[in-house]
Design a protein around this ligand. Structure first.
Ligand SMILES: [Fe+2]
Ligand SMILES: [Fe+2]
Length: 153
C-alpha cells in the first residue's frame, strides 16, 4: 500500500520532468534577441537534465512494480525571457514538492530509494535557487560598498 503511494508520487515527479523536457525545449526554440546567445544553451541543458531525471524515475517506477506515466503535466510557454524563467521556476518548485512527497512516502524497506530521492531534492533545490537569482527573487545584500582589507600580520 505504501509502495503504491510512493509510485504515485514518483509518477507525479515523472510527469513534471516530462514537462521539463518539453517546456525547456520550447523555451530554447522561442528565446530570441541577443539573450538567445546565452539562454538557448541554458534551456537546452535544462531539458537534457530533465530527460536524465525522467529516465531515472521511469526505471525506478518499474523496479517498484509500477507503470511509468507517459503524460506530462501542464506546459507553459511565452516569447518573453523573463516570463519563461518565471514559468520554469514554477515548474522546478512543483518538481521539488513531488520529490519531497515521494521521499515522505518511502517506507523502511525503501531506504535506498529515500537516499536517491535526497540527491534529487538537493538538485532541484539548486535549480530553484538559480532560477530565483535569474528572476531576481533571490539577491545578496551588500552592506558596505567599500572593502578595506586588514594589513597582513
Ligand atoms: Fe529534475
Ligand atoms: Fe530541475
Amino acid at each position: 500500500m505504501a509502495e503504491s503511494k510512493l509510485v504515485e508520487h514518483l509518477n507525479k515527479a515523472l510527469s513534471l520532468e516530462l514537462t521539463g523536457i518539453i517546456q525547456y525545449s520550447q523555451h530554447s526554440f522561442l528565446v530570441n534577441g541577443t539573450e538567445r546567445e546565452v539562454f538557448c544553451d541554458f534551456f537546452r541543458s535544462q531539458a537534457d537534465e530533465a530527460l536524465e531525471h525522467a529516465k531515472f524515475l521511469g526505471d525506478k517506477i518499474v523496479a517498484l512494480g509500477g507503470l511509468p506515466t507517459v503524460e506530462p503535466a501542464m506546459i507553459r510557454q511565452t516569447v518573453e525571457l523573463k516570463e519563461m524563467l518565471e514559468q520554469d521556476l514554477a515548474l522546478e518548485r512543483d518538481a521539488f514538492e513531488a520529490y519531497r512527497s515521494a521521499w515522505d512516502a518511502c517506507a523502511e524497506e525503501h531506504l535506498a530509494t529515500k537516499f536517491w530521492l535526497e540527491e534529487h531534492i538537493a538538485e532541484e533545490q539548486l535549480h530553484i535557487e538559480e532560477l530565483e537569482k535569474l528572476t531576481s527573487h533571490r539577491k545578496a545584500t551588500v552592506d558596505h560598498e567599500k572593502i578595506v582589507l586588514k594589513e597582513a600580520g
